[in-house]
Design a protein around this ligand. Structure first.
Ligand SMILES: [Zn+2]
Length: 126
């Protein structure tokens, strides 16, 4: 995915407006969660239980969070927390996506600033 391709063709005002729009659309920063929600069906180990015949218990929900290479953490999520957790994970991805887009716009704006500076310097020598 190369999203930067179109930016160089947009006028500076449009870039600034787009950047402002991205910033405005961000969900509350207090409502973000990094990780993934995993659904599991489990057996309890009791050979007399229905789960031993294939009717497993669940769904049980877990949040798993990667901390680094080979390191994860997480915990059980109650059924009535699932929607909230799902929403917060979506918010996290939206933040990440928007930060990346804003960053891209800023790189383009920096490039133009430098270009204009160089033009001005060239103009001054004449
Ligand atoms: Zn069981």
């Amino acid at each position: 995915m190369k999203a930067s391709s179109g930016l160089s063709r947009l006028p500076e005002l449009a870039l600034r407006q787009r950047r402002q729009g991205l910033a405005k659309q961000l969900p509350p920063v207090t409502e973000i969660l990094r990780g993934s929600l995993v659904e599991r069906y489990v057996t309890c180990g009791n050979p007399a239980c229905k789960c031993a015949q294939g009717e497993r218990h669940g769904p049980l929900w877990y949040l798993t969070v990667t901390l680094g290479p080979g390191r994860t953490t997480g915990g059980i999520i109650a059924a009535d927390q699932v929607d909230q957790v799902r929403g917060c994970i979506e918010n996290y991805h939206q933040w990440k996506e928007h930060l990346e887009k804003i960053s891209e716009i800023n790189r383009e704006l920096l490039r133009r600033q430098r270009e204009q500076q160089r033009k001005r310097q060239r103009g001054g020598k004449r």
